[in-house]
Design a protein around this ligand. Structure first.
Ligand SMILES: Nc1ncnc2c1ncn2[C@@H]1O[C@H](COP(=O)(O)OP(=O)(O)O)[C@@H](O)[C@H]1O
Ligand SMILES: [Mg+2]
Length: 281
């Protein structure tokens, strides 16, 4: 099972958007995927179309599950995404004739209780322990809060890959470089299961000379840790996310282009079961 954390110290750079784009790409490719919403803001849960009420009956949120990871089975608390599937012949459960391919463990403000700094292994392994009880997924996407404290570190400790999201702007480029260094230090001691770390540029305006300059800087600073796919600024994202739709189901040329980019990003990140990464950083 590949476990990818999507993180950054800065908020609003596109962690949740990248998580949802990757989830949408994995879904059309029929890769059984679980999204774990570790941000107390719970935007990924909302973006996946999970509503209070019927959808969540009896399903605990991730903050509650993290409180007693050895005594609960996370598999009992996953919720099917509420995304519509518009592919011809699709069943309610996802791919034609298939099982559910996209589930979520919902986020909640309770997760903020774990934002305390800690180096205790027992604390850091709470999410890893929970993930031991889920077996039906090939891919787990962990959407992190905009911080490098307890919650993000718990996510890193459980991950096989870490993806940082950065904007091509002055502070974001330098800040991400420092985050990569913090991640490398943490990995050595507490997250040896992380095979690869990468950076994806988001909200890129191809016509902006400032953005082109910053992208060049990112290439120089991050080397081949910079993923070969840059996500452009898209005018209709708020609309797509507000409707809680997958980008692959949204009509129009710009959504189709984004959908394709997320498939490329997923191919650059996803290793089919059992295969180790070509990229080891
Ligand atoms: N590539 C993009 N184009 C346009 N809007 C974007 C893009 N990426 C993110 N956004 C918007 O920016 C806001 C913050 O993005 P979000 O994914 O919530 O960031 P984070 O999870 O890092 O806080 C959201 O309103 C989102 O729709
Ligand atoms: Mg977010």
């Amino acid at each position: 099972m590949q476990i990818i954390s999507i993180s950054s110290l800065k908020g609003g750079v596109g962690k949740t958007s990248v998580t949802l784009g990757l989830a949408s790409a994995a879904r059309v490719q029929g890769i059984p995927t679980l999204v774990v919403d570790m941000d107390p803001h719970a935007d990924a849960t909302t973006g996946l179309g999970v509503k209070q009420g019927q959808d969540i009956e009896g399903r605990e949120d991730i903050g509650t599950l993290l409180e007693r990871p050895r005594r609960v089975s996370m598999a009992d608390h996953v919720i099917a995404s509420g995304w519509p599937d518009l592919t011809p012949g699709a069943t309610e459960t996802g791919v034609p004739g298939g099982t559910k391919v996209l589930d979520v463990v919902r986020g909640s403000s309770r997760t903020s209780l774990f934002e305390r700094p800690t180096t205790r292994l027992r604390e850091l392994r709470r999410l890893s322990t929970l993930l031991e009880s889920v077996t039906k997924y090939a891919l787990v996407l962990v959407d992190c809060p905009p911080a490098l404290n307890g919650v993000t570190r718990m996510a890193w400790a459980a991950s096989t890959d870490v993806l940082l999201v950065a904007e091509p702007s002055l502070f974001s480029v330098a800040g991400t470089e420092r985050t990569l260094r913090a991640l490398d230090l943490f990995r050595k001691e507490y997250a040896q299961g992380v095979h690869s770390t990468g950076v994806v540029a988001n909200r890129v305006r191809p016509a902006s000379t400032e953005h082109q300059f910053r992208l060049g800087e990112m290439e120089r600073m991050y080397g081949d840790r910079l993923l070969p796919v840059a996500i452009p600024e898209q005018g209709n994202w708020q609309q797509i996310q507000g409707a809680a739709w997958p980008v692959h189901a949204w009509p129009g040329e710009t959504a189709a282009q984004s959908a394709e980019l997320f498939e490329e990003l997923l191919s650059a990140l996803h290793r089919p079961q059992g295969r180790r990464s070509q990229r080891r950083h």
